[in-house]
Design a protein around this ligand. Structure first.
Ligand code: MN
Length: 231
């Protein structure tokens, strides 16, 4: 069975820090036929290597903001940074890239992916109304335009789709080795792909794991798992 490493987030609990990851990420991987494995944080390269030895692909999940110092900026609008997670994910991406291990990156995932490839982030979107709900329970959606010359277009078969949006940050300067392939109407980058044809790298700023009822989300998880299977 194809195995996918899933990186959780963390939060403070009353008895110390806790790992947390939405069931929907794990379900998205499982529904695509793979076995999800949730990975603990480490700053040790030897442990990162041992973790990646266990899997055929890596899923980068959503969460809080990446510390701005990681991409050489001072924090202006950064909420809830998690230095242990930042450090772990940067190591994981670096090693996964070296191995050409398929990567699927969601929301915060596309942001840390871009940072790991040397890019920077917009710390706060001024057109935030389009991208972040005012209240947490609110759901908002917007259209994205997809580059017809992209994997995303080949997978979805359409140059415009409606996606959900729960982010106040976004990619600013693209990292080297990534290209932007989908945009919101304000120009915000909503998807990226790797430029190495032998390495499956797909990042989306929206949350397919919250759209598992729809065909688009299932197509994306399946494409990722197929790439992992084909290694
Ligand atoms: Mn958006």
């Amino acid at each position: 069975m194809v195995r996918i490493g899933v990186i959780p987030g963390s939060r403070r609990g009353s008895h110390g820090p806790l790992y947390e990851v939405g069931f929907s990420y794990v379900d998205g991987v499982a529904q695509a036929g793979a076995l999800p494995l949730i990975f603990p944080f480490t700053r040790s390269l030897a442990r990162v290597e041992a973790l990646l030895d266990l899997v055929d692909g890596l899923l980068l999940t959503g969460g809080g903001d990446i510390a701005a110092l990681v991409y050489n900026q001072d924090p202006v609008r950064v909420w809830g940074p998690d230095p242990e997670r930042d450090a772990f994910e940067l190591l994981m991406i670096q090693e996964a890239r070296r191995r050409r291990l398929p990567i699927f990156a969601i929301c915060r995932g596309i942001q840390i992916l871009n940072v790991a490839y040397g890019g920077t982030l917009i710390q706060h979107l001024e057109t935030g109304q389009q991208h972040a709900p005012r209240r947490q329970e609110e759901a908002i959606y917007h259209r994205i335009s997809i580059d017809p010359e992209s994997l995303l277009y080949r997978l979805l078969g359409r140059d415009t789709v409606v996606v959900n949006s729960y982010h106040h940050q976004a990619i600013h300067h693209l990292g080297e080795g990534l290209r932007d392939v989908a945009w919101a109407s304000d120009g915000t980058i909503e998807a990226v792909e790797g430029t190495d044809p032998d390495h499956f790298v797909l990042g989306v700023q929206f949350h397919p794991e919250r759209m598992l009822d729809g065909p688009e989300a299932r197509i994306l998880f399946q494409a990722f798992v197929q790439a992992a299977q084909g290694r």
